[in-house]
Design a protein around this ligand. Structure first.
Ligand code: PHE
Length: 353
């Protein structure tokens, strides 16, 4: 229609006004006496228009001419109205996009090393029962090893059978049990998650922290597989120059058990303050799954299938390992106080963007 045609022309002129750099060229383009657009368009339209429409057309062309003349007289005002009163000289507002928290980022890095080895991920509850957190992991009731875990228990449960009493999980190992009850070997899983201990907070301790657990159960799994897997994982995380060494240790649910040390990533093993001049840093606990754990899993599985034999230790073996995420993140990024991770201080967090 006529209205849309004129609106389009007016909008075209308005846009050109908004970015006006050469007013004379703009004037010639629209108002030039011989080749100006208004001249050419009005000639063409007026020629083909029926006589009774010519007056209205003339008025429209005049309005358009006035708009263009006004823009030429005062381009600044025209520009301002063109962007609808927004002051484009004001500085912009910087909006920072969100980023993954450094702890989550570290967890993803560790988990991804194991994903590349064919492991999948499992999760479990943070409020856990005594059975999964302790009993099935070969911590008998009243066993002194329980004291090493500084357990936070849920109050008022004395009327419940001890295996059902609830607590905050002290490690991610209960998810080993949950996984094996739910599925038969072969198993290759990593378990990232929050754990809780009744520890006073200081530069290296927090009552809530994160672990990543690993569990591999299959036929013919040996201690060499454990060593090779963890040696590879440490090199993938800290660099191919890193060395690992294994020391005898104890956990109720692994036998034999080991603590793993890596060569100090700060001094390359020469000895410095960070590694207390030993050249080595202790990083994780591990071991071969104790047959007592397979026995506890089998007892549970037989409640559903009395002839279940999937975790017969004569047929399968396995290894497990557990590491603290905060400790690794602190080493990777040179963070000296664990509290920075939980402070929500943007000056700290922004450094991981
Ligand atoms: N669950 C142990 C801890 O929290 C770590 C560990 C996991 C050790 C798996 C051996 C095997 O200290």
């Amino acid at each position: 229609s006529l209205d849309t045609a004129f609106a389009a022309l007016a909008e075209e002129a308005r846009l050109e006004t908004a970015s006006l750099t050469d007013p004379e060229a703009f004037r010639l383009h629209w108002l030039g006496r011989k080749q100006g657009r208004l001249k050419l368009i009005s000639e063409a339209w007026l020629k083909s228009a029926p006589p009774e429409a010519k007056k209205a057309l003339g008025i429209r062309f005049n309005q358009l001419k006035q708009q263009i003349e006004a823009a030429l007289e005062s381009p600044a005002t025209a520009t301002k109205s063109a962007v609808q009163g927004i002051d484009i000289t004001l500085p912009g507002t910087l909006r920072t996009p969100g980023i993954p928290h450094p702890l989550l980022k570290t967890m993803h890095e560790i988990v991804s090393v194991f994903h590349h080895l064919g492991y999948s991920t499992n999760l479990g509850p943070q409020v856990e029962s005594d059975f999964f957190n302790f009993e099935a992991l070969n911590f008998p009731p009243n066993h002194p090893a329980r004291d090493t875990q500084d357990t936070l228990v849920i109050a008022n449960q004395h009327s419940r059978p001890s295996r059902d009493r609830l607590l905050m999980r002290t490690h991610t190992s209960p998810v080993q049990i949950r996984t094996m009850i739910a599925q038969a070997p072969p198993i290759r899983i990593v378990i990232p998650g929050k754990v809780h201990r009744n520890d006073a907070a200081d530069a290296t301790h927090s009552p809530i922290f994160h672990q990543i657990e690993g569990l591999c159960v299959d036929t013919n799994i040996t201690f060499s597989d454990l060593k090779g897997t963890l040696d590879h994982a440490m090199k993938a995380l800290f660099g191919s120059d890193v060395k690992t060494r294994f020391f005898p240790s104890f956990f109720p649910f692994t036998e034999p058990s080991a603590d793993v040390q890596i060569s100090c990533i700060f001094c390359g093993g020469k000895g410095c303050r960070k590694c207390k001049h030993s050249g080595w840093i202790e990083l994780l606990g591990c071991g071969m799954v104790d047959p007592a754990v397979f026995a506890a899993v089998t007892a549970e599985r037989r409640k559903i299938n009395p002839s279940d034999d999937a975790y017969n230790p004569e047929k399968i073996t396995g290894f497990a390992f557990g590491m603290g995420v905060e400790r690794i993140a602190m080493m990777l990024h040179g963070v000296s106080d664990i509290g920075h991770f939980y402070s929500g201080d943007m000056r700290f967090l922004e450094q991981f963007a």
